[in-house]
Design a protein around this ligand. Structure first.
Ligand SMILES: Cc1cc2nc3c(=O)[nH]c(=O)nc-3n(C[C@H](O)[C@H](O)[C@H](O)COP(=O)(O)OP(=O)(O)OC[C@H]3O[C@@H](n4cnc5c(N)ncnc54)[C@H](O)[C@@H]3O)c2cc1C
Length: 427
């Protein structure tokens, strides 16, 4: 048996106390077996356990070991492609139910943090930042679109003095403030949701990698030392699925993205981020940052298609951080880590069934905190016989990457390099 700890990070070092959970040993029967203890698995598990089902979650490592315990911690509504693009690609009928759900994931997070008193440094307020006038126009369009679907918390600012009162940099031509956005300590959210799941009777086995799922009227989930027999299975492994279900692995691509964290900045933190909102820019390859509870700057960005672990994370991200905040030129970087998200060709999540009673959801394409919480609720609705909202996502087409597993990385990197060049040239 190998015991896999959380990847070294600021989040792992500042995690709330959590029990070491047992690994699966022997045979277990349950209503629902969920594979993966990230937000997708935990959100579905908690909804189902609250509804009175017997639920078992298995993770190959620990709760929140994957992207859910390593991410930027930024609440961003909607999907990796916004509703206007979804309408354009799939038609108004297909887009409408997705638009009606685009703010629900954030509500679920807020409700859970409040209901279960989850200590995760939750703060309200997010900012989208534009480097060029053209990108400010994109923010204006985003504002109109989100307002049309019910978000009345948006303010656009294009006066540099006013921008500096929110985020103290000269770089941006405009910012869109979304007071219904927000940020939090992502691993502590996952650990809090796991505790809530257990309070509701759910059972979690850690260090229990699933090696095989047998189809049938009662599917059986196998680990090295045990089996779970269930009425339903949910596969929630996202970018860490490996070879468990090749069909799911073939229609998506794991990508690495990196995060650095400064030393605690004290008063300098209030100077650079007076409003304490989280920020992401609206470039194709975007940077995102926010303050932690103890006033460090947590700065993320970069994409490595195919998810190789980079050697020098600080040297990748520090120049961008110092471009935004030259005030940080002497700040020490205490942590740097990488995590994997799952990219799909359409950039839309892939949701569906592998058989009548085996469900999956994956591939939020780097924009998954709200969607994973939403889909947890929709998976629970579908298993309870109300599949209408789940089907709205299930109907989205799934495309394989051009080039297959061998060439998808260089082909996607070439496409991304083109859009990145356009952003750099400001066109
Ligand atoms: C560095 C980084 C920054 C990000 N920042 C943001 C952000 O600020 N805002 C935002 O909206 N999104 C962000 N994302 C994306 C977001 O974190 C993810 O979309 C989301 O966490 C995915 O959750 P998940 O539960 O689907 O997958 P994960 O959290 O990756 O969980 C999958 C779990 O499955 C387990 N698993 C895999 N295979 C097996 C197996 N065979 N047996 C048992 N268990 C298995 C893994 O151990 C893992 O715990 C970021 C992602 C990264 C990597």
């Amino acid at each position: 048996m190998s015991f896999i700890p959380h990847a070294p990070s600021y989040y792992a070092d500042s995690a709330n106390p959590t029990p070491d959970r047992p690994f699966l040993h022997g045979d277990v029967s349950t209503d629902i077996c969920i594979i993966g203890a990230g937000y997708t698995g935990l959100s579905a598990g908690l909804h189902l356990a609250e509804a009175g089902f017997k639920v078992v979650i298995l993770d190959q490592a620990r709760v929140g070991w994957g992207a859910s315990g390593r991410n930027g911690g930024q609440i961003v509504h909607s999907y990796s492609r916004d509703i206007d693009v979804i309408e354009h690609s799939y038609g108004k009928e297909q887009a409408r139910p997705l638009a009606e759900m685009m703010f629900e994931g954030a509500q679920i997070i807020r409700e859970r943090v409040a209901k279960y008193q989850i200590q995760c440094d939750f703060k309200n307020g997010g900012v989208f930042a534009a480097f060029t006038k053209k990108k400010v126009r994109a923010l204006e369009e985003q504002k109109a679109l989100w307002e049309k679907w019910g978000n009345k918390d948006l303010t656009l600012i294009d006066d540099k003095n006013e921008i500096r009162k929110i985020v103290n940099t000269d770089l941006y031509q405009g910012i869109l403030i979304d007071k219904s956005g927000g940020h939090f300590h992502p691993l502590n959210l996952a650990l809090g949701e796991a505790a809530a799941f257990e309070q509701n009777g759910g059972v979690i086995y850690e260090n229990s990698a699933v090696t095989r799922i047998d189809r049938g009227a009662n599917p059986v989930v196998h680990t090295a030392l045990g089996h779970v027999k269930a009425k339903f299975v949910i596969v929630a492994c996202n970018a860490y699925i490996g070879d468990l279900e090749p069909k799911l692995a073939n229609m998506s691509m794991p990508c690495g993205t990196q995060v650095i964290t400064t030393e605690p900045l004290g008063r300098l933190a209030d100077e650079i981020m007076p409003a304490d909102y989280c920020v992401e820019d609206n470039n194709f390859l975007l940077d995102y940052y926010r303050l932690s509870g103890d006033k460090r700057l947590i700065f993320g960005g970069g994409v490595i298609y195919g998810a190789r672990d980079p050697a020098h994370i600080e040297s990748i991200l520090r120049p961008n951080m110092c471009k935004v905040f030259p005030q940080l030129k002497n700040a020490k970087i205490d942590y740097g880590w990488t995590g994997n998200f799952l990219l799909t060709l359409s950039r839309m999540p892939e949701v569906g069934k592998l058989s009548d009673n085996i469900y999956y959801s994956q591939g939020c394409s780097g924009h998954g905190i709200t969607f994973t919480h939403l889909i947890g609720r929709l998976l629970s609705e579908a298993i309870r016989g109300q599949a209408e909202r789940f089907s709205a996502f299930e109907r989205l087409p799934h495309y394989p990457f051009p080039g297959g597993r061998l060439f998808r990385v260089p082909l996607t990197a070439m496409g991304a390099a083109w859009y990145d060049l356009r952003d750099r040239l400001g066109v």
